[in-house]
Design a protein around this ligand. Structure first.
Ligand code: FE2
Length: 427
């Protein structure tokens, strides 16, 4: 007797019409037409069933605070950082907690069951750290939160950042962050990368740095990040986030850089919604797009995942924590319109993200966690095209979110017709 069976699913790898059997929160069987009875059945015929979406890069301490204390009128990264600095002294732990919990509810409804969130440690009170540690524990049955100790004002530039970062790690923050391009000099940026990687190596932690979030082609801290990863034996445990300077780098230099990143096993995270809004702000015309070289990195085997980065905060006033919106934007900004490239974009908001975070038990395989999302779409490309409705979100075999199928009735001529965009329109 199964606890749950999901019937007739289309799988992300292209297999169609499979049943997924669940016992004790784990996937126990994937096959066409499972005969075993089940306590609960979900009809997913013709629908894509995927492991959950993963957001590889987010800022939960700032989310849902747009307009406090003012709006970002220039739209630049630096005005966003200035507004956040004005807001920080006004934060309370309860405020951070409530906004983060609301964002988690949005994420669950969207089928995003894992988020790596940076938390600013440049506040001697560390109240956002404490609030998000509390949210991580409260929401653990429903969503995996991974926290990054993020020195927003610069690890070396801010006088108390070093002490506060170590305090945050002592309290249980999972990952060491950094922002080398925001240090005072290139030399300071490189020094910050070295010291932060050493801290991670000493404590056995992961690393995820905001790295080269600039249009300056000479901002090359990712090179130091990859070299330090190799020097300290951190292979596979380090992530470079944003990497937007790579968009503007010299092609010859990049032809040397990418193999170095691959050799070091550095994961790359692009944040398409934010990159297209923030980058190129100093350009007149033509304006650079700024997103990092997604298809070139993927082509040589670097693990590339996507983050939402911001939802309604000082840097970005839009969004609803929809990772399919992120993938949709990536396809457009990166001109990833080839069939394999679009399927790759879907992987960048699912399995690749799980690899970046190092999630255990993730995946649509026997023995993995029964964490599944049923989409109102037939396949990954249609899911991106429609930013498809999440019909059902399952965590450890339990349904934790449901949405009715979206359809319209249209009245043309003498009869009503039903339109279901996600019914498998040859994508
Ligand atoms: Fe970020």
């Amino acid at each position: 007797m199964l606890d749950l069976v999901v019937r007739g699913a289309n799988l992300p790898d292209g297999r169609n019409g499979y049943d997924i059997g669940v016992i004790g929160g784990k996937i126990v069987e994937i096959a066409p037409q499972l005969a075993a009875p089940a306590a609960r059945e979900i009809d997913a015929r013709g629908r894509l069933v995927t492991p959950p979406f993963v957001d590889s890069h987010f800022h939960m301490d700032a989310t849902l605070s747009v307009g406090r204390p003012r709006f970002n009128e220039s739209g630049t990264l630096l005005e966003g950082i200035a507004i956040w600095a004005e807001q920080k002294p006004l934060l309370t732990a309860e405020d951070v907690r409530e906004r983060a919990l609301e964002l988690c509810r949005w994420a669950i409804a969207r089928g995003n069951l894992a988020i790596r969130t940076h938390v600013d440690i440049c506040d001697d009170r560390l109240l956002a750290v404490d609030a998000l540690l509390d949210v991580r524990e409260t929401m653990a049955p429903y969503i995996d939160l991974q926290l990054v100790a993020f020195p927003q004002d610069g690890f070396l530039r801010d006088a108390s950042a070093r002490v506060n970062l170590l305090r945050a790690l002592d309290r249980g923050v999972d990952v060491v962050g950094g922002i080398p391009h925001f240090e005072r000099t290139m030399a300071d940026g490189a020094a910050s990368v070295r010291e932060l990687c050493e801290i991670a190596a000493k404590r056995g932690l992961l690393v995820d740095m905001h790295c080269d979030e600039t249009d300056d082609p000479l901002s090359r801290h990712v090179e130091t990040l990859a070299a330090e990863t190799m020097r300290l034996g951190l292979h596979g445990r380090v992530t470079g986030s944003h990497l937007t300077s790579m968009h503007s780098m010299d092609n010859y230099y990049v032809s040397k850089l990418l193999p170095l990143m691959l050799e070091a096993g550095v994961h790359a995270v692009a944040n398409p919604l934010i990159n297209i809004v923030i980058q190129g702000r100093h350009d007149t015309y033509p304006k650079r797009r700024g997103m990092t070289r997604v298809s070139e990195m993927a082509a040589i085997g670097i693990n590339v995942s996507f983050g939402h980065d911001c939802v309604m905060d000082p840097w970005y006033s839009l969004g609803s924590h929809d990772m399919l919106e992120v993938a949709h934007m990536a396809v457009h900004v990166g001109q990833l319109t080839g069939r394999e490239e679009m399927r790759g974009a879907f992987m960048s908001v699912t399995a690749n993200g799980a690899r970046t975070l190092g999630l255990a038990g993730y995946g649509l395989e026997v023995g993995k966690n029964a964490d599944l999302v049923v989409l109102q779409a037939a396949d990954p490309i249609e899911a991106i095209r429609l930013r498809a409705n999440r019909l059902c979100v399952i965590r450890r075999g339990n349904v934790i979110a449901e949405s009715p199928a979206v359809e319209s009735q249209i009245f043309i001529g003498d009869r009503a017709r039903r339109v279901d965009f996600g019914a498998g329109a040859q994508s």
